[in-house]
Design a protein around this ligand. Structure first.
Ligand code: ADP
Ligand code: ZN
Ligand code: ZN
Length: 708
């Protein structure tokens, strides 16, 4: 039958491909075909029936399947009026991410839209859009009266970097990804501001990504001050559903000129996007840890490449992936999107020095009576000196709670979690034993639950205990603990940071939470009291992460140029000779990166190899293992398996969580495309395989996993 005859014989119905939120395991991974009376452009938001449910969907680019009988297709239920369609570029970003991270298009597409979009009916939506117009008009009025803050004169290094950016933008072709490498306080943010100013002046929108919600208000304030009157919105999971919808709509409608957000903002719909900034690009928070396990940093690079716009990745300690791509010697063939352009800010603004790093060998340190190994005599002395001078200190210990485990010396009982292969942590504040994996919490027993011994004691130390010991050793000092426990309630972190800034605190004790981004002015001593664990971790990225954390922690000291000269970073370690600490002492990220890259290359690890992890969770370890082993056999039968290495399945490092046994299997390939080809042919089969394995609860794949 000819095309013309076919359409004449039909009622005036249009076929549409619609992406709906059907998770991959339901077997629906491609967009579905529907009928519509109207011809709707791709990107339109619609309501469709699926089974007995009514879902939101997105008209997806591409040809519907013309061979299906129209009678087999269901009509859409309606179109969401007033919202302009999502762009083709947005759809292709989502499609790329779905393919790359092995999820269904519809699931990913719908999961990155604001949840409230699905709940509103036409009338409610219309009201929201009207409000938004009012907001935009107000913004425009404000812009007219606003007087933007004065800009500082650029340092020579900043001017040089921006000159290079200009030159890249002037050359007609797409700019390469930019890696802005400079220590804390070297003026990276000022470079972001200038680059943003340039894009804004051309009528483009700017997207700025930060690793954590906590950092958004701070950066937002800086952007708001510089771009007074410009429409700035934030996008992160801490917003109320209504705020998130409003901000998203403002970006999508092109009214918001600047969008500042965490990883989910990489999917913000921005029709005039002209620049993407990824601050602290090395930060692990850019990787989503469930669902579609995407890397927002990597997707930002993809998105910029797709739009031929600049993307600027900033860090004092770039990820080894980015660093390697920015090396002149790196073969461009190794990277899909070519080599990165390295831009350097070699010094702190105002010429302030980085704090002097001092390594203290725990094997030789004197311990005064009653003092634990964390608070050595020299450290206490150094803290006292700061107290006398009215300066602040920061002690960094990446373990919250009072002690990681309670122990009975009589019978050797330890406070293990009955549901997990982990200890329960002793929290003295509320006298609980709490599992940090499953949340199982009980009151601390007054005696050993197995032998009745009354003398059960905490082993090891967390931030709570350190806080207590500091108070004992330095009476009168104002000690403040900042960690996930002290900041559980909304507003607590802000209040605590404010206390530090306003000088109400002498000593801050905290987890990695305090190492990030906060611009503390009066800190002249940063001490890491127990960082060695990461040196011997089975996770090959642990040293990279430790180095970044310590550099970042050190960066909190001496941000005030005057104090920089006497600022110090102390590391108490049992391994002062370790190359990582040696490099840290010289502030030598480059030497550290080079040695790590050499190790990774000889071990065949990323960025010289590409990894995917297949994880399985079961009621028993056997069920999880059985599934993975069957999956492995299946993979080996595929021709694509020749180019990859499939490792045996092993238990995850915390094997049991909430009575679920967790196993994983690593797949490694020397080329990204070989890995992708295997996954593409292999994973769809696993949905069927799952049904054959009773006791298997779920499985998931993590492409480019951060922790293995
Ligand atoms: P980074 O983002 O690398 O940590 P910032 O951009 O925050 O560095 O700069 C550190 C400090 O120096 C900030 O207080 C900032 O206001 C200031 N600063 C940045 N650039 C300049 C400049 N060109 N002249 C004067 N002060 C500057
Ligand atoms: Zn006991
Ligand atoms: Zn538990």
């Amino acid at each position: 039958m000819s095309e013309a005859a076919f359409s004449e014989a039909q009622p005036p119905q249009h076929r549409l491909r619609v992406a709906v939120d059907a998770p991959q395991h339901s077997g629906i991974s491609a967009p579905l075909d529907y009928l519509s009376e109207q011809a709707l452009p791709p990107g339109s938001l619609v309501r469709v029936p699926l089974g007995r449910r009514e879902l939101m969907g997105i008209v997806w680019p591409g040809e519907p399947d013309a061979s299906t009988e129209p009678a087999a297709l269901r009509p859409i239920l309606g179109c969401m009026e007033g919202i302009p369609p999502l762009s083709a570029a947005w759809c292709s970003l989502v499609e790329f991410a779905a393919r790359y991270y092995q999820r269904s298009i519809g699931e990913l597409a719908l999961s990155v839209l604001p949840p409230q979009l699905r709940e509103l009916d036409a009338a409610q939506l219309k009201m929201r859009l009207k409000k938004l117009d009012k907001w935009a008009a107000e913004q425009a009025r404000a812009a007219a009266d606003a007087s933007p803050a004065q800009k500082p004169e650029l340092s020579p290094a900043q001017a040089e970097v921006l000159g290079q950016l200009d030159a890249l933008l002037a050359s007609a072709k797409a700019p390469p990804p930019l890696l802005l490498y400079g220590v804390t306080g070297s003026g990276k943010t000022e470079v972001y501001l200038r680059a943003a100013e340039h894009a804004l002046s051309q009528g483009r929108q700017v997207l700025v990504l930060v690793p954590e919600i906590n950092l958004t208000p701070q950066l937002e304030a800086r952007f708001a001050e510089r771009f007074a009157g410009r429409a700035i919105v934030s996008l992160h999971s801490g917003l109320t559903p209504a705020q998130r919808l409003r901000h998203w709509l403002a970006a999508h409608a092109g009214q918001a000129e600047l969008v500042l957000g965490t990883r989910l903002a990489v999917f913000a719909s921005m029709p005039r996007l002209g620049l993407i900034v990824v601050d602290e690009e090395h930060d692990p928070s850019y990787k989503q840890q469930d669902g579609a396990r995407y890397s927002a940093r990597d997707l930002a690079v993809y998105r910029a490449h797709q739009l031929k716009i600049p993307v600027m990745l900033g860090s004092a300690t770039p990820s080894l992936e980015s660093w390697q791509k920015a090396q002149a010697a790196s073969p461009p063939a190794n990277t899909v999107r070519g080599r990165y352009k390295l831009l350097r800010l070699p010094e702190r603004i105002g010429g302030g020095a980085m704090p002097r790093v001092r390594l203290f060998d725990m094997k030789t340190l004197p311990l005064s009576k009653g003092v634990t190994t964390a608070l050595t005599t020299p450290l206490l002395e150094a803290l006292r000196k700061r107290l006398e001078r009215g300066e602040q200190s920061l002690i960094f210990l990446n373990r919250r709670g009072y002690a990681p485990v309670l122990h009975c010396a009589e019978c050797n009982w330890k406070s293990d979690c009955p549901h997990c292969s982990a200890w329960r942590v002793f929290h003295k504040g509320d006298r609980t034993l709490r599992c940090h994996h499953c949340g199982f919490t009980q009151r601390v027993p007054s005696e050993c639950p197995t032998c009745g011994n009354q003398d059960i004691a905490p082993l090891g130390r967390g931030t709570e205990r350190l806080e207590e010991q500091l108070q004992e050793q330095l009476p009168g000092a104002r000690v403040l603990r900042i960690d996930a426990d002290s900041t559980k309630l909304k507003g607590e972190l802000e209040a605590q940071l404010h206390a530090v800034h306003s000088g109400e605190v002498d000593i801050v004790v905290g987890t990695q939470m305090v190492t990030k981004g906060h611009d503390f002015r009066r800190i002249t001593l940063v001490a890491a009291v127990n960082p060695d664990g990461a040196l011997f971790s089975s996770d090959f990225r642990a040293p990279e992460r430790l180095f970044a954390l310590l550099m970042q922690a050190g960066g909190r000291a001496g941000r005030d140029a005057e104090q920089a000269a006497r600022s110090e970073m102390w590391v108490q370690t049992w391994h002062p000779e370790h190359a990582l600490y040696k490099a840290l002492a010289r502030h030598d990220y480059e030497a550290f990166a080079q040695s790590q890259l050499a190790e990774r290359e000889s071990a065949g690890l990323p960025p010289f190899a590409h990894l995917a992890l297949l994880r399985a969770e079961g009621r028993t370890a056997e069920a999880a293992k059985g599934f993975l082993d069957a999956a492995s056999r299946w993979a080996r039968s595929l021709p694509e398996a020749d180019a990859v290495l499939i490792y045996p399945s092993i238990p995850m490092s915390v094997a049991r969580v909430a009575n679920v046994e967790r196993m994983q299997m690593l797949v490694e390939a020397s080329s990204r495309s070989a890995l992708q080809r295997l996954l593409w042919h292999w994973l769809p089969e696993l949905h069927a395989l799952k049904r054959e394995h009773k006791g298997l609860l779920r499985w998931a794949v993590d492409v480019d996993p951060l922790a293995i």
